[in-house]
Design a protein around this ligand. Structure first.
Ligand code: UGA
Ligand code: MN
Length: 306
């Protein structure tokens, strides 16, 4: 009797082992990110299509909302392509693309449709009187992005965890930057490369707190930081419904301070990027393209979007 039981056990053992191994392989695969493009384009200012459901470990991640003002010019599609190539690699990123235009352009609409990431496409024109050198840019567009964000969360129960970031279309963003900003509790800050007439600007940190600014330009700014140097939690955006970018009295380089003053204090800032000692974003600016040989009238036999 005993030997019969034992031989049955020996017979079953390999099968049990195989099942265990298969189950194990399957569960170790689960956390890998999906390779296929996520989400889709969404036009209009209505509710965004939620990102494609992902596996559990990522579902807990706060969504990063990136507000990008953009305007029509020869390099626009190239800039947006670089940006989308970066953003597509970031989990749970929702792109709020705001065109500085009276209507959505065909170029950006087509681009958004093929971008392969969750995207909301808005537009608002900058009034003509503000389109002058020496005046701040993209005020209306960033405010449109803020308004969309607030409206979207107005009727939802306790806001989903989220982080807002202003991502100009010409800067260069490392993927590490998104890992850093994802843990923003209220307002987080970090260094920005190639800005302020120096190789970098950074918040000066002592004992984990921001105590000043390393900058070569207007050190008297209350927050001497570029737009690319901070992120704000969605909670803070919703609990300060009046915080917006202001045209009146605002000068270039002061928009960041004027905005941050409304929602936080220097003491409260959360330093990221190893206590603000690493540059993870660069304020790159694209050179104006040379179109000296571009014919006045269309000469080619085909019409090509560039
Ligand atoms: C610096 C800051 O990095 C910007 O965040 C700030 O808005 C700007 O100064 C300012 O002066 O207001 P800078 O590189 O000089 O940036 O500005 P741009 O990159 O030319 O413009 C910032 C954003 O606004 C870009 O995403 C750009 O596409 C957009 N923009 C610019 C418009 O939507 N409309 C415009 O007419 C110009
Ligand atoms: Mn720029």
């Amino acid at each position: 009797m005993k030997s019969l039981l034992f031989s049955r056990f020996l017979l079953l053992l390999p099968w049990v082992l195989i099942v265990i191994i298969v189950l194990d392989i399957d569960s170790s695969r689960a956390p890998l990110p999906a390779l296929s493009p996520r989400g889709g384009a969404e036009g209009g200012s209505g509710g965004a299509r939620p990102p494609t459901p992902r596996r559990r470990p990522e579902a807990a991640l706060p969504t990063i909302y990136a507000i990008t003002p953009t305007y029509s010019r020869p390099v626009q599609k190239a800039e947006l392509t670089r940006l989308a190539n970066t953003f597509r690699q970031v989990s749970r990123l929702h792109w709020i693309l705001v065109e500085d235009a009276a209507a959505r352009s065909e170029l950006v609409t087509r681009f958004v449709a093929g971008a392969g990431l969750p995207c909301t496409h808005l537009h608002v024109p900058t009034p003509r009187r503000y389109k002058r050198p020496g005046l701040p840019r993209a005020t209306e567009q960033r405010n449109a992005g803020l308004a969309w964000l607030r409206q979207r969360h107005q009727h939802l129960p306790p806001p989903q965890p989220g982080v807002l970031f202003f991502a100009d279309d010409d800067n260069t963003y490392s993927l590490e930057l998104f890992q850093e900003m994802r843990t923003t509790r209220k307002v987080s800050v970090w260094p920005v490369g190639l800005v302020g007439g120096r190789r970098y600007e950074r918040p000066v940190v002592e004992n984990g707190k921001v105590v000043g600014w390393y900058t070569g330009w207007r050190a008297d700014r209350p927050f001497a930081i570029d737009m690319a140097g901070f992120a704000v939690s969605l909670q803070v955006i919703l609990s300060h419904p009046k915080a917006v970018f202001k045209r009146r009295g605002s000068q270039p380089g002061m928009q960041e301070s004027d905005f941050l003053k409304q929602i936080t204090t220097v003491e409260e800032l959360e330093p990221k990027a190893n206590n603000c000692t690493k540059v993870l974003v660069w304020h790159t600016r694209t050179e104006k393209v040379n179109l000296a040989n571009e014919p006045k009238y269309h000469l080619d036999t085909v019409n090509i979007e560039v």
